[in-house]
Structure formats: C-alpha cells, structure tokens
Design a protein around this ligand. Structure first.
Ligand code: NDP
Length: 447
C-alpha cells in the first residue's frame, strides 16, 4: 500500500477507535502526516506497526475524585492519568486541573508528550493526567482536599520508576505540595522523584518554575540566530499570564526585548510602554487575581475585555495559554503586522490552518513539542538531582537548560534538512522524536 494511503488509514482508525476526542485526533494527524519520508526510508517501522502502536496508550486510568467544599457539600470530579509510552523511561508529563478536561484533552497532551520527551534526549517516557476540577475561586483548603482525594487514587499508579507527574494548567507549586504530602502519607515513603515541580525547599530543582518560559525564549533565540537575527529590541506579545507566560516574559525582557501585551481567559492587557512584570507576578502568583486589575494600577495600560492579543502589532508572538488559541485568521493578522517569529510555550496553541499560514509566509515557527520542551527537560534534571540527593545552583541548571534547548533546535533543524524540508521545525521535531521512540520499540520486541 502506498505510504500516504497507509497513513490515512491509520488516522481513520484512530478517529474510529477514539470517538469525539477531537483534540487527540488533531494531535495525531499533525504528527503522522509528517512521517511519510521516514516510513519511506525505514520500511521496518510500517512492518512492525510502530505508528499504530504509538497511537494506542499503554494504559489509561479514569477515576472518581470525591471531596467536600467549604460549605460541607460533596463534590465529585473525574480524574485521569494516561500512561502513553514508556520505552524511553518512566511516563512523564503534567497534571492539568481545568473544567474543560476530558479524556480527549489528556490524550492529546500525552501523545504530544511522547515525542517532546524523546526530543529532549533524556530518559523519560510520555504521559499526562488531570481532572475537570476548576481551582479558580476555590479556597486553599478546598484545593488541598481535592488534591488529597485525587492522590488517594493516583498514588497506586505512579512512582519514581513508573510514572512521574508534574504541573500544567491549574497545577502549580501549591497543588504539587498537597499532592506530594498525600503521596508521602499514603506510601510512607519520602520518594522525592515521584513528582517534579516541587518547591526547592523540599526537593525541587531551581529553574523548574522558570524552565518552560525561559526554554521557549531560548528556542526563539536559536531560530533567529539561524537567520542571522536576534531578540534584542524586538516588540513581543505573550498570551496567558500563568507559569509559562510569566517566565517567557521575564527572559524576553532580560534579553532586551520589549513585551507589550499578555492576557488571561477574560481579556488582554496592552501596555505600549512595556509590561510591568512585577505587577503581573503579584496579581497572578501571589494574589490570584484577574489580569484586568493590571489596568487599575497602570492608567496608561489598556484592558481589552474578550480581545485578541494577536491583533497587537509585534515581531515575536509567543502563545503560552492553551490549545487552539491562535487560528488561521489570527495568524494572517500577525504576519500582515510584521511578525517574524512564533514559538509555542503552550501545547498545540496554533490550529492547523494557523500553522500553514506561518509556514507559507516563511516566518520562524517553533512548534510546542520543541519550543516548550524546556519544562519537562528541567523536570528530568530535577529527577537527576533527586536520585543523587543533590541540589544544583540556579546558574548551573539554567546553563543546562540552555544547552538542551540549543541541542533540540539543532537536531530539529538538521532533521528538517535531511528529510528535504529545510527550516520546517514541525517536520524536524516530529521526525527526531518519532525515530527515537520507534528505534526503542523495535529493540524491545512486540510490546
Ligand atoms: P497556568 O495555569 O499557570 O496558566 C494558564 C494561562 O492560560 C492562564 O493565564 C489562563 O488564564 C490561560 N488559559 C487557560 N485556559 C485558557 C482558555 N481555555 N482560554 C484562554 N486562556 C486560557 O498554566 P501553564 O502556564 O503551566 O500552562 C500554559 C500552557 O503551557 C498549557 O498549554 C500547558 O499545557 C503548556 N505547558 C506548560 C508547561 C509547564 O511547565 N507548566 C510545560 C509545557 C507546556 P485563566 O487564568 O483566565 O484561566
């Protein structure tokens, strides 16, 4: 059967076997439609049905999470952990707490994570989890009770050599603390390596908090360097105002860029003079308020309720909020306004139509599985420190992160050239990640 027809058939099977999971279908399509040249060079991958096997998670766990709110009312949420692929190491990937979470979102994230983790070159497999719980507006006690109930079930499925969760949307240092505390209590083990993103006071790595945002900016730096350009002096916009967005803004500012806008799910802050990052951090990290409040403290900043951040003129755009936040029309506006680089701090933030626009325009476009891999790579560095009961300095860890991002960039860039699509980081990232996983799967026999 011709390769294109084989790939199409695999995709149809995925859609049929996973009905309604549209984000998962999208993530699978985006990867497998780039693998034709690899299958042509390596017929053994098709013969051993490597793609079909990768598309089927090794294990999926769905569980009830009952907890009591501050009014004494019982609440019930649904928890997930999808253990997708463990040929390169223990399953590794974050937990997302957001009301939109369902199996299709966790599977799209878990699927992406397989290739992202492989790209880092570190010994980590791919997985993802979460719950349809909304931490927004909940008290610390409610979040604690939820996390304790969630971990009461999850603890039997994870471990430092089995599956190592971390944070994602709605799961930051506070949630990781509650989750780790309950894991320790349930297992009677101080197993630091079971979760990453821990506070540096009790086993966390310095730079993990900053890693995804910093890493995304390091990736932009490399893409621009490859074109003889740099970040300094560029006008930038960064969507979101959570963990990834805040530290992407921080690194952009450190490198001399001018960041004029960020957002949350309610609206956009546009501050032409340049964002006051200390204020964003205080509002979002300390006081857990909405980004709209930024404009109350800076009279010259504009708040655009429900606005699109992609309407704002910029040279570098970093989508750092959520999936499918940047569509084809938004991509066209960015290109028309002179944007030269887009790198995804978020997972799958650009729709397939948006990606096509960037590629046709020839701008530097870094897909999430390469551009935001710094977070999980630094999680792997946290696991290394936990295993050796060591703690590295901020400078040392940031240097390692920078080296890892350069090497991811180099590998994607080279693979894109070797496979006939120079400058196409989507193809480069998919091929490098896929080949590492495929080779290990072949070596392990039929599993
Ligand atoms: P946070 O929860 O810290 O922040 C998420 C931000 O995105 C908030 O500003 C939030 O606004 C906004 N947002 C979330 N959902 C939506 C939505 N449906 N529509 C519009 N805005 C939304 O999460 P992170 O910063 O950790 O994660 C952001 C992205 O980065 C996600 O795609 C995640 O998968 C990805 N990522 C994260 C990594 C990490 O290390 N944390 C690693 C690699 C990727 P609001 O407060 O209004 O909801």
């Amino acid at each position: 059967m011709p390769i294109e027809a084989r790939i199409e058939r695999i995709y149809e099977q995925v859609v049929r076997r996973n009905p309604g999971e549209v984000e998962f279908h999208q993530a699978v399509k985006e990867v497998i439609e780039t693998l034709g040249p690899v299958l042509a060079k390596h017929p053994e991958y098709a013969e051993h049905k490597i793609i079909e096997r990768i598309c089927e998670p090794e294990r999926q766990i769905i569980f009830r999470v009952p907890w009591e709110d501050d009014d004494g009312e019982v609440q019930i949420n649904r928890g997930f952990r999808v253990q997708f692929n463990s040929v390169l190491g223990p399953y590794k990937g974050g937990l997302r707490f957001h009301p939109s979470v369902y199996l299709g979102i966790i599977k799209f994230l878990g699927f992406e994570q397989i290739f992202k983790n492989a790209l880092t070159g570190m010994p980590i497999g791919g997985g993802k989890g979460g719950a349809d719980f909304d931490p927004k507006g909940r008290s610390d006690n409610e979040v604690m009770r939820f996390c304790q109930s969630f971990m009461t079930e999850l603890h039997r499925h994870i471990g430092e050599y089995t599956d190592v969760p971390a944070g994602d949307i709605g799961v930051g240092a506070r949630e990781i603390g509650y989750l780790f505390g309950q894991y320790k209590r349930m297992t009677n083990r101080y197993e630091s390596g079971v979760l990453t993103g821990k506070s540096p006071h009790w086993g966390g790595a310095l730079v993990r908090r900053e890693a995804t945002g910093y890493g995304t900016v390091f990736f932009v730096e490399e893409m621009l360097k490859a074109r003889g350009q740099s970040i300094e002096g560029r006008t930038c916009v960064v969507s979101g105002s959570g963990n990834v967005a805040i530290y992407a803004i921080e690194k952009l500012q450190q490198l001399g860029a001018h960041v004029v806008a960020c957002s949350d799910s309610d609206g956009v802050i546009w501050h032409e003079r340049g964002l006051d990052l200390d204020l964003v951090k205080r509002l979002k990290e300390v006081e857990r308020r909405r980004i709209a409040d930024y404009a109350r403290e800076h009279g010259d900043a504009k708040y655009l309720p429900g606005g699109s951040i992609w309407d704002i003129r910029c040279e570098i755009a970093l989508p750092c909020a959520t999936q499918n936040e940047l569509d084809e029309a938004a991509a066209r506006r960015l290109v028309a306004n002179g944007c030269v680089a887009v790198a995804e701090g978020a997972n799958m933030p650009t729709t397939p139509g948006g990606v096509r626009v960037f590629q046709q325009a020839g701008i530097a476009y870094g897909p999430g599985k390469a551009a935001n891999a710094g977070g999980v790579a630094t999680s792997a560095l946290e696991m290394q420190q936990n295993a050796s009961r060591d703690a590295w300095t901020f400078e040392h860890t940031e240097r390692r992160l920078n080296e890892i991002m350069s090497s991811i960039h180099r590998n994607c860039h080279e693979a894109a050239e070797v496979y006939g699509s120079p400058g196409n980081y989507v193809i480069g990232a998919n091929i490098v990640g896929f080949r590492r996983v495929a080779e290990a799967m072949l070596a392990f026999g039929l599993i």
